[in-house]
Write a protein that binds this ligand. Structure first.
Ligand code: SF4
Length: 128
């Protein structure tokens, strides 16, 4: 374990967040909008999570649900849910997906499977 008050620990600190100015830098939801990706609201499910119990019991403790951070489109969210035994559940905002497939690769438990969206027809990638 590296102490954070040592030179090595300070080097391992994440950089400060980049200021969002709406001109050169954007937040994730603005990036989703700017990608021009549009889905049918009744699209078939294209993000399959095999066992959401792993999300709330295991991943929340071991990795703090990194899907919320590695997804560039804010698709995965842990939201408060009084009906859940842990008080949280995974919410999937699939219509935000920009189809980078990062989640399929980076999920530490390999329980997320990305499949072609819209039943294989693909979303409507609009022009900017
Ligand atoms: S493929 Fe996965 S990581 Fe990429 S935008 Fe869609 S949900 Fe997010």
């Amino acid at each position: 374990m590296v102490r954070l008050d040592t030179p090595e620990g300070r080097r391992l600190q994440p950089p400060p967040p980049v200021a969002i100015d709406g001109k050169l830098t954007f937040d994730r939801l603005a990036d989703v909008y700017n990608s021009g990706t549009a889905h049918d609201e009744d699209q078939p499910v294209h993000l399959h999570v095999a066992d959401t119990d792993i999300c709330i019991y295991q991943c929340a403790v071991e990795y703090k649900n990194p899907c919320q951070r590695f997804c560039p489109a804010a698709v995965y969210e842990m939201v408060a849910d009084p009906a859940s035994p842990t008080g949280e559940r995974l919410q999937i905002n699939a219509s935000n997906c920009v189809h980078c497939k990062t989640c399929d690769i980076m999920d530490p438990y390999q329980i997320i499977t990305w499949v072609p969206p819209e039943g294989g027809d693909g979303p409507n990638y609009g022009k900017m």
